[in-house]
Design a protein around this ligand. Structure first.
Ligand code: FMN
Length: 363
């Protein structure tokens, strides 16, 4: 196995451990700025609330989507298996982490393929970086989808992380053309997904124009890859490590807050997965009220997924309970009804999405 291939794989385990053990959350996704207007006469039965949601022609038992996290190192297989078993049990959709490591070294295929074994009926999303798509073309996209029998492929955008990683790909030229080419020639639906910096209206328009079938916001305010890379660098002692540590810390504040990105992207099209800093069933309800189709969570599910099936099931039940209570108190019998629920938008989020704010970014 080449050194570069080994590095891709061992980085996967580093990321999992760092995310589970260190403080890698940064900023404010904007959910605190959204408040539902309480409906004191909701005229609906909390026991009959329907959490089901639709996305890309598939019906899910709830709008909670298990965001891409792992695979690619033997030590990650059990976590992927547990996430997939839980997705199957609860009728949820799930993404796997970047499949690059297994595309570089087929001995790692099983760390991803296990998800289809554990979740024969679930909606599964394959995952490939835009840089790998550009460099290896449709062949890797096909292999990634085949590896897990995927229902869709997420092409992830992570240029902040690439910029900070010492071994990162620092050349983004040709990635958009590769996405366009993929959408033209691929039968599996393509989702474009950010990983913590959000997507602007302008980028969303380009993506819809290229033929992507959905956008996953991956906004700022949750897991920060700048913070993760800063922690990684902080474990070393060389001058280069020190400079990467400070670069990571400086850019932990970079990105479009999730709720702002959600408003921007939804102004250009749908369907959309809201993710990045979604931390509760209440946040999911807020994302749906804005118009998201599903809401993705990664970090909050990681620790329970590393612990046990029971811990993960408990975390998901708590999220569903919060969502159910929010729907009841806004008189929303179905998830789609949340779009009609009234909200107050305050603070920085309001300023950033206010059409009349002269400081607002020009589109
Ligand atoms: C441990 C971990 C690994 C991740 N790996 C990937 C990945 O390989 N590909 C990807 O598209 N996103 C990856 N993500 C990003 C998540 O899918 C998600 O976009 C981001 O963490 C924001 O959600 P959160 O704030 O709920 O964690 C990863 C997240 C975590 C926590």
């Amino acid at each position: 196995m080449g050194a570069k291939v080994k590095l891709t794989s061992s980085r996967k385990l580093d990321h999992l451990r760092i995310c589970a053990e260190e403080d890698v959350e940064c900023g404010d996704a904007g959910f605190y700025d959204i408040r539902f207007v309480h409906n004191a006469l909701p005229e609906c039965d909390m026991g009959a609330i329907d959490l089901s949601a639709r996305f890309l022609g598939h019906t899910f038992s709830s709008p909670l989507f298990i965001s891409a996290m792992t695979g690619g190192h033997p030590g990650t297989r059990d976590v992927n298996a547990r996430l997939a078993r839980t997705a199957e049990k609860f009728g949820l959709g799930m993404g796997v982490g970047s499949q690059r490591a297994a595309l570089e070294n087929e001995n790692l295929t099983d760390t991803f393929a296990i998800v289809r074994d554990e979740a024969p009926h679930a909606f599964l999303v394959a995952n490939l970086g835009a840089v790998q798509l550009r460099d290896h073309g449709i062949e890797w996209a096909e292999k990634a989808v085949e590896m897990i029998g995927a229902d869709a492929l997420a092409v992830h955008l992570n240029f902040l992380q690439e910029a900070i990683q010492p071994e990162g790909d620092h050349n983004a030229i040709g990635c958009f053309a590769a996405i366009e080419d993929l959408c033209r020639n691929f039968r599996t639906p393509v989702i474009v997904k950010e990983t913590g910096c959000g997507i602007s209206a302008a980028t969303a328009r380009k993506c819809w124009g290229a033929g992507v079938k959905a956008i996953d916001i991956g906004g700022w305010g949750g897991t920060s890859w700048a913070a993760v890379e800063a922690v990684r660098a902080g474990k070393g002692s060389s001058a280069r490590d020190k400079s990467l540590l400070s670069l990571g810390q400086d850019f932990a504040g970079w990105g479009i807050p999730t709720v702002v990105s959600l408003a921007e992207v939804l102004a250009t099209g749908s369907p959309v997965i809201a993710s990045g800093g979604v931390r509760s069933g209440l946040d999911i309800a807020k994302g749906l009220a804005f118009g998201a189709d599903l809401c993705g969570m990664a970090l909050p599910l990681l620790k329970p997924a590393m612990e046990s099936d029971e811990a993960l099931a408990r975390a998901i039940q708590a999220i569903h309970q919060e969502l159910t209570v929010t729907m009841f108190l806004t008189g929303s019998a179905k998830t789609i009804d949340l779009r009609k629920a009234q909200v107050h938008i305050t603070g920085r989020t309001r300023q950033m999405i206010d059409k009349d704010n002269p400081a607002r970014v020009k589109r």
